[in-house]
Design a protein around this ligand. Sequence first.
Ligand code: TYC
Length: 122
Amino acid sequence: MIFMATKPPSPPTALPVTRPAQDDGGSVVLERRTRKTQPPQMYQVVMLNDDYTPMEFVIVVLQEFFSKDRETATQIMLKIHLDGKGVCGVYSRDVAATKVEQVLDAAVKAGHPLQCVSEPVE
Ligand code: TYC
């Protein structure tokens, strides 16, 4: 069985209310309200610190899977190292899930405990 490190999406917001109302004559009037299409929920890939994964490995992962230049990758890695976690990038749900898979796969193959998750952006 495959476990995804991605939180399930929140349920869709309530549909527009079409509220029956009585007019004076007792007939039912339906009010139509239209809703603007919402932009898609975006997901941030968050990498977690640990005491064992080499800094260099994290920098290479950030360059390879998140298209960061070496300078930016180093800054993000140090932020994670100091704060315990950090955002690697923001993507649509499927792309974020793929990034998480790629990172976890590379970490397992290299024998490092590096963890990352995808979470909806507020
Ligand atoms: N804390 C690790 C070390 O000192 C480096 C590290 C940084 C590990 C970021 C994971 O997501 C991470 N070797």
